[in-house]
Design a protein around this ligand. Structure first.
Ligand code: FDA
Length: 385
């Protein structure tokens, strides 16, 4: 194996974008390693073996962006369907449209309010705690949308996401709870939205489909037995590292906090379980936060009509060995991150990127956008160094 011009650790959308740009713009020879048995990071999907339905292995992934450069870039690798995401929520045996909109408000209060009437009602209900400073998430929620809607749709759902009573959670977790005073229940407001026509994996593999990109799977950067490991590479080959920043430095400043999810898959002998792709469960008695039925991501496909697959999603704090998904970002996490950032800045010939490398929740379009910026601004110097 010849020494690459650039080693990329992690084949998620950040690593793939850097790899593709390094080859296209600099003619570099790139090796892309990933400890998982497949490329694509968390956006990876595969055909469910029982039904053939495309399943997002690490949780539902919906592509959306208002960034014209990112949209043009991704369209170089895949077409997108016209899928428009909507979410519903079940509360006490009744299904409501999400995010909270005029339809939700009218159904909940069994009314026919106009937009102005609904706005006046919610403002009045939100005034319950007027003049006080919210001390926790519960009070913040009530002060934003009033107690009835908050307690029905936000309180227990958020409690399940955090496995914590919202009275014990900091008010800062939510800055706003949008209520739409129209019947528009499109989940995303972005200019562009859709799902990759041939699936995520076809898209992700196309990004790496170049003779100058060598992909090595089941290869961990910290495994001393593989040749391109950290001790062998550090300072000798330019590296873009997209794994967890705390792991890179052997947790010397402490571990950063993450939430993770567990997905419980079930096959059912019905053609359609819930009539939509994502159904939230707002009540505390239901232990999962939502059910995903992936067949609805691709209504245009010829999926079986007598079988379906669903994923129940449970949320919890990540422990060591779990997949880190959503940064908790507590005050102490932010301090720890600053200490790691200083170390990262001093790291020879190594750039840190992506959601794990920067400890930031990034949607796919943000991960791609930030990789394109790194390719513009930092990659030329890294490759020259
Ligand atoms: P990503 O995590 O994808 O890739 C990092 C890779 O590094 C992984 O493959 C990992 O195995 C590898 N790695 C780590 N350590 C390593 C080591 N030591 N050696 C080798 N390899 C190593 N976005 C969106 O736009 N719409 C959506 O609907 C969703 N939905 C969603 C649901 C859930 C549950 C999550 C967790 C995330 C989303 N996202 C999303 C976000 C999306 O997943 C995210 O934008 C991309 O994964 C970011 O790509 P990265 O390359 O940064 O990380």
């Amino acid at each position: 194996m010849s020494t690459p011009d650039l080693l990329i650790v992690g084949s998620g959308l950040f690593g793939l974008t850097i790899a593709e740009r390094a080859v296209a713009e600099h003619g570099a020879k790139v090796t892309l390693i990933d400890r998982r048995p497949h490329l694509g990071g968390n956006a990876y999907s595969e055909a469910d073996p029982v039904t053939g339905i495309e399943v997002h292995k690490y949780g539902a992934h919906l592509f959306h962006t208002s960034n014209p450069r990112v949209w043009e870039y991704v369209n170089g690798f895949t077409d997108f369907t016209g899928y428009r995401h909507t979410v519903y929520t079940t509360h006490q045996g009744v299904v409501y449209p999400m995010p909270i909109n005029l339809g939700t408000v009218n159904q909940f209060f069994r009314a026919a309010y106009t937009p102005d009437e609904a706005r006046a009602l919610i403002t009045e209900q939100a005034g319950e705690l007027a003049g006080t400073d919210p001390e926790n998430l519960d009070e913040k929620g009530i002060s934003l949308i009033g107690r009835p809607l908050y307690e029905a749709f936000i309180k227990n759902y958020t409690g399940k996401q955090w496995q914590t009573d919202p009275k014990e959670l900091p008010a800062s977790i939510i800055s706003r709870l949008p209520v739409r005073y129209t019947y528009n229940n499109r989940y995303f407001n972005d200019t562009h939205e859709g799902l990759p026509t041939q699936g995520y994996t076809a898209w992700l593999e196309r990004m790496a489909d170049n003779p100058n990109i060598e992909v090595q799977l089941e290869t961990d950067y910290f495994d001393a037995s593989q040749p391109l490991n950290k001790d062998a590479v550090r300072g000798n080959i330019p590296v873009v590292y997209t794994g967890p920043i705390d792991r890179y430095f052997d947790y010397q400043q402490g571990e950063l906090g993450w939430r993770t999810i567990d997905l419980e898959t079930e096959h059912l002998e019905v053609g359609d379980f819930q009539g939509t792709s994502v159904m939230n469960y707002a009540d505390a008695e239901v232990p999962y936060t939502r059910i995903i039925e992936p067949r609805h991501f691709h209504p245009e496909r010829d999926y079986p009509t007598d079988r379906t697959v669903i994923q129940r999603e449970y949320s919890r704090f990540a422990e060591s060995g779990d997949e880190p998904y959503y940064p908790i970002n507590s005050g102490s996490d932010r301090e720890t991150l600053l200490a790691y950032r200083e170390l990262a800045d001093a790291e020879p010939r190594t750039l840190f990127g992506g959601r794990l490398g920067t400890y930031q929740y990034l949607d796919m379009h943000m991960a791609i956008g930030s990789a394109l910026s790194m390719a513009d601004n930092k990659l030329p110097d890294l490759l020259r160094a």
